[in-house]
Design a binder for this molecule. Structure first.
Ligand code: KIV
Length: 266
C-alpha cells in the first residue's frame, strides 16, 4: 500500500459504500505493522490507561501521556490516518479543547477525538474554525463510566436512540469530521450511519457502520479478563502471527466478515 489515508479517503469510501478499518496503536512498532497492513485509521486511544498503564479506567490519562504516545505512533506510521484521544477533563471548555488539541496535532495527530453529546458542539466548531478536525465519540463514552454506573450498552430505548441520532447530526452540523459509536444496538449504528454524511466508526455498534475499530490488545487476545461481546481474537486464528492477525482483521472488516451477528447488540 503506497497511499496515505486522509479524511477525504474515508469520505470517498463512504460514498462508494466501502468499509474501512481502524485499530488502536500506542507505539512506533505496532504503528508500523498496522499501517503496513493497510488499516486506514489508527487511534491513539486513551484506552492506553488500561491497556498499557494497568489502570481500571481511562480517567487518569494525561495530555502529556497522549502527546508521548501520539509522537511514537506518528514515527512508525506511513499510510494510516492518525486520530488521538483527548483525555478526561482536557476539553471542558472550547478554549481548553483548543489548547490541548493543538498539543496532539503538533505531536502528529491528524484529528482529535472527544467524548460527549451536544455540550461539545461549541468546542467542535471552535476546533474546526481553527483547522483542527474532530471526531465525536457517542454511545458508551468510557470517560463517563461513573455517570453510567458501569460499561453499559447505550441507546436501548426509542427515546435514547432518538437522542443519540440527534446528537450525531448536531455534531456533524457543528463541524465534526467523523463519529465513533460505542456499544449501541445494531439498529442505532445503522440509522446514524445512514443519516450522517460524515464517516461513522463503530465498536459494538453492529455491522452497518462505515468503519470498525477494536483495541489492538483485545483483538490480539492480550487483555486480561473476559473479552467484551464485540471483541474477536484474530491472533489465535492466525497461527500466533501479529502481522497476520492485523491483516486478517483489516480484510475481515473490508469484506464485512467482521463484526458478525454474535458481536452486536439487538
Ligand atoms: O480509547 C479507545 O481505545 C477508544 C476506542 C475504544 C474507540 O476510544
Amino acid at each position: 500500500m503506497s497511499n496515505k489515508a486522509t479524511l477525504n479517503t474515508l469520505l470517498q469510501l463512504k460514498a462508494q459504500n466501502e468499509k474501512f478499518s481502524c485499530l488502536t496503536a500506542y507505539d512506533a512498532c505496532f504503528s508500523h505493522f498496522i499501517s503496513e497492513a493497510g488499516v486506514e485509521v489508527m487511534l491513539v486511544g486513551d484506552s492506553l490507561g488500561m491497556v498499557l498503564q494497568g489502570r481500571d479506567s481511562t480517567l487518569p490519562v494525561s495530555i502529556d501521556d497522549m502527546v508521548y504516545h501520539t509522537q511514537s505512533v506518528a514515527r512508525g506510521n506511513q499510510h494510516s490516518l492518525i486520530m488521538a484521544d483527548m483525555p478526561f477533563m482536557t476539553y471542558a471548555t472550547p478554549e481548553q479543547a483548543l489548547q490541548n488539541s493543538a498539543k496532539l496535532m503538533q505531536a502528529g495527530a491528524e484529528l482529535v477525538k472527544l467524548e460527549g453529546g451536544e455540550w461539545l458542539n461549541e468546542s467542535v466548531k471552535r476546533l474546526s474554525d481553527c483547522g483542527i478536525p474532530s471526531c465525536v465519540h457517542l454511545g458508551l463514552t468510557p470517560q463517563s463510566v461513573h455517570k453510567f454506573g458501569g460499561y453499559k450498552v447505550q441507546g436501548r430505548t426509542p427515546e435514547a436512540a432518538e437522542q443519540l441520532l440527534r446528537e450525531a447530526l448536531a455534531a456533524q452540523d457543528a463541524g465534526a469530521a467523523m463519529l465513533v459509536l460505542e456499544c449501541v444496538p445494531n439498529a442505532v449504528g445503522k440509522a446514524v450511519t445512514e443519516k450522517a454524511d460524515i464517516p461513522v466508526i463503530g465498536i459494538g455498534a453492529g455491522p452497518d457502520t462505515d468503519g470498525q475499530v477494536l483495541v489492538l490488545h483485545d483483538m490480539l487476545g492480550l487483555s486480561p479478563g473476559k473479552p467484551a461481546k464485540f471483541v474477536k481474537n484474530f491472533l489465535s486464528e492466525n497461527g500466533g502471527s501479529i502481522q497476520a492477525a492485523i491483516s486478517a482483521y483489516h480484510h475481515a472488516v473490508k469484506n464485512s466478515y467482521f463484526p458478525g451477528k454474535e458481536h452486536g447488540f439487538s
